[in-house]
Structures are given as C-alpha cells and as structure tokens.
Design a protein around this ligand. Sequence first.
Ligand code: SF4
Length: 414
Amino acid sequence: MSEEKKPVIRRLNTSKDMGKFMADYYYELDDAAKSGKQKIAWCTSVGPAEILRGMGFLTYFPETHSAMLGTSRMATDLIPKANAIGYSPDICSYLTADIGAFLEGVTPLAKVFKGIESPPKPDVLVFNTNQCRDVQDWFNWYGEKFNVPVVGVHSYVGVGDVTDSHVASISKQMQNIVEPLEKVAGRKLDMDEFKQAVALSRECSDLWEKCLAAASAKPSPLSFFDGTTLMGPAVVGRGTQKAIDAYKLLLEELEERVSANLGTLEEERFRIYWDGMPVWGRLGMHSKMFASLNTNVIASTYCSSWIFSALDPDDPFNSMARAYTELFIVRGDDYKEQYIKDKLDFFDVDGIIYHDAKTCPNNSNCRYGMPQRLQEETGIPSLTINGDLNDLRLLSDEQTKTNVEAFIEQLEES
Ligand code: SF4
C-alpha cells in the first residue's frame, strides 16, 4: 500500500466565478422576497423551470438548499426535528433536513450570505416526480405551511425507450400546469419568453456537457468533487444567459488546462467513476482521501443529471417532456447499465465507486446486482460504499477509508 501523502489538488480559478454566480442568485431571490417585486416559484431540481421563466417567476430550488445543509454539516442535527413530526429517518434526508431547518428557523444561507435571514417565501411550488415521490410530499408540506398552491407533473418510473406516448402524456401535464401558474403569476405565459428560456437552457446544458466531457482528457482537469459545486448554474440558472456565461468561462479554463496537460492532481494514477449521490458533508474529506492515493474521481452519473439534450425551442412543451423523461434517474436498469458502460468507455476509467445512499434509493444503483453485472461485462472492478447524502450518522469514515484504500490497492495489483 502506498504511503498516504499530503495531496496537491489544483483548484479551478472559475470556482470563484461560480461562487459569485450563486451569491448573485440568492441575493436576487432575497430582494424579490422582501420587496415583492417579482413572484417566486419553488421548483424541483429537474422540474419544469423553463415554463416558470416564461411567466417571469424567479425560481428557488429547495434541493440546493438541502445540499448546503449537508455541506455545512447542519443537516444531521436537523433531521430528527422532521422525524419528530412524522417524517421517517429512512426517507430522503434532503426533505428531512430541509423541513427540520424550517422548523428550527435556521438556514446556511444566513451564514454564507450576509443579510439573508431565510429562504425566499414561495408564491407557488412546482414539482416533477421524475426523480422520486419524496419531492411531492416535501412540496405539499410547504404548500400547507405557506398557504400557497402546489402544482406538479407526475412522471413515469423505470422507463425503457422514451416513446411518443410518454412524451405526449408528460407534455399534456406540463401544459395543464400553465393555467394555475398564470393565476399566481398574474400574467399569461409569454411564448417568446418561454421559447427563449428553453433555448438558453439547451445552450447551458450543451456547455455543461462539454465541461464534464473535458474530464476524458488524461490527466483530467476536473474532478467529481469540483463538479458537485460547479454544477450550481446548471441546476438553479438554467434558462438564463448568466448560466451560459458562467459555463463559457469554465469551459475555457478547462480547455486551457487540457492543452497545458494540467490535471486536477499532480499524479493521476487511477481514474474512477462515481455512481450515486455525493456525501455532501464529506466532499473535502473524500476529495483529499482519493487525491492522497493519486486517484482522481473524474466523472459521475450525478453531475450529468442536468444535461437536457432534447430541449428544442421550436417545440418547447414536447421537447421539455422528452428531456425531463430521458433522464438517467427515470430509466430502467437496462438503459442505466448501457449508460454507465458508455461512460466507463468514454472516460477510460479504472474502477467504479457506487455510493449506496441510505435515504435515497432513487440515486443508489447498486441494490439489484448492477455492480456485479457491469463488472462481469466490462472487467472494471467496483466498490460500494455505504453512506448518505446528508445524514452523517449513516456512514463510517473509518470504514470508507479502509474500503477505499483496499480497493485502490486491488487496482494497483491488477
Ligand atoms: S432523488 Fe433522492 S435525494 Fe433527491 S429528492 Fe428524491 S429522495 Fe431526495
């Protein structure tokens, strides 16, 4: 086993621009909430944001707030508050941490952004169950608390090929939410604004995809751990020019690094694919742990979840329906296995880490034999680590470290 050494991790300069992007985003929401000058819609992370932009809503994404509860390590103490009012410790720890934070009247936004005291109050909540059912329960709870409408799209699960009938059904549901949203917005959906938002979203998605693809270079200029924060604009800013501008800068820096043969790590001995959610409260620790083993976690299913290649401004409803149904999380295992195989090939990886996140079965793809099947087909070894996205009581740092070191040792020997 190689000696653990102090790792050198080369940070991207554009991370600072992403930080500024997020600050501007939250201050704009805070200002709108305080002044009432613009309506605010809360939206799920892969919800129909483009429709909301076509009606002039500012959009707030509770999942991003929950991820901040995770990174700030506030989540673990807040989850029991939601458990106490009936939300099981076994369900989504984004939901339980976020509701816990609301019950306690705390937010990491107040720590990071001076002057912001709370998340912006919603005028409406909009979900799509394409990722899971938890989001519906989560949003309904807030709908009652704030006494505002909740509208949603009920998606398919375990989809094989995305057919025209899937698209027609989801597209119809998306069209049906327009009327209740117009009532809240106090104005009509402007088709030009809507199409423009779809066009901007598509451009953002294409740029983000190119940024992630830069990790195929050897050495990789990007790591999964960087990606989890760099993806902010793709989640909260899709449909805006600002997100596009942010990714143009990021892509430029990544391409410069590739040309200069400059990787995230000084030495990239092994390249790993990560499947599943990040452990938000351990991003720094995990990043350093892998780096100390000269191992770069270069790509993931998770960060690619905000690629919506089907979006087409000339057919906004249908293309949104297709884009938001083609997502990995919505699909059946055959599709998922082929998807991961393609990624292993494209990024030329040496091993896979599956994160079995206790409270998110929807993003844990290791529970029904997929690791074993993929290893048999590709010969690429894998390791499953047990943990959680937000609840730090559900993981053992020692166990993770021991298992990861043994896995890298196995790669060294093969
Ligand atoms: S996909 Fe997982 S982490 Fe995301 S909201 Fe659903 S249960 Fe929570």
